[in-house]
Design a protein around this ligand. Structure first.
Ligand SMILES: [Zn+2]
Length: 241
């Protein structure tokens, strides 16, 4: 946006509702340049910082864009829990760029590729007005497609048990519906899959997703999240703070 239009938008926005950067609290901006910067980093491996994930057998490679702390934490939390739905315009493209950067490392060059969101709790999606993992999966699939993979979002997992997602909860493969729906999609051969979630802390949710896919045609080859509690642990990305 050019500065003049940005100025007008800012003034109009101020008339409606006060807005501030979710990372640092700078007033009158949706987000500031400094707090946007981490989202332009290439994703780095993070599974060694997630105890549950590193214990998975076979191991699952996981990448995150940034450590879940400081401005990054504030931004993700504002999107998830403070009604800042406009942050999809920041975090969606970040996920897309990360997926495109990741594509060469997935060991897949041809054929169908699936992007599987770790399903959000229905109550969370209702409260947020947006299905965050599904949005991120869409962005990741677009990024992978830009990088030349035939990637499509496959929301094939559903919360099991009481429908909650949390400690002790399971995820399950959605049973194919009698009529063809996007959830009933079932390929006849193995398809590599990237798991997508907003954040990883212990890795338990990603482990449950990988376990739910066991025995299905979808074979997880990695996981991508916006941010990880322990931060990316490999490469040049130095943990801040
Ligand atoms: Zn800021």
């Amino acid at each position: 946006m050019d500065p003049r239009r940005a100025g007008i938008a800012r003034r109009l926005g101020r008339l409606v509702v006060p807005v501030e950067c979710p990372g640092c609290g700078e007033p009158d901006v949706r987000w500031c340049e400094a707090c946007e910067a981490p989202w332009w980093e290439a994703p780095l491996r993070c599974e060694s910082g997630a105890p549950r994930l590193s214990a998975l057998e076979p191991p699952l490679a996981a990448w995150s864009i940034a450590p879940l702390e400081g401005a990054v934490h504030g931004t993700v939390a504002a999107w998830k829990d403070a009604g800042r739905r406009d942050l999809a315009a920041l975090l969606g493209p970040a996920m897309g760029r990360a997926a495109a950067a990741l594509a060469p490392q997935l060991g897949v060059t041809a054929g169908a590729f699936a992007v599987v969101p770790c399903p959000a709790r229905a109550a969370h999606t209702r409260r947020r007005g947006v299905d965050i993992p599904l949005v991120l999966a869409g962005a990741a699939a677009a990024g992978l497609s830009d990088a030349g993979l035939r990637a499509l979002v496959r929301p094939v997992l559903a919360p099991g048990g009481g429908g909650a997602r949390g400690a002790g909860d399971r995820l399950r493969w959605r049973a194919p519906a009698p009529r063809a729906t996007r959830h009933a999609w079932r390929p006849s051969h193995a398809v590599p899959a990237l798991l997508v979630d907003d954040v990883v802390t212990t890795g338990a949710t990603l482990v449950r997703a990988a376990e739910a896919l066991a025995g299905t045609p979808l074979v997880p080859v990695g996981a991508l999240v916006l941010a990880s509690a322990q931060g990316p642990t490999q490469g040049a990305h130095v943990r801040r703070g």
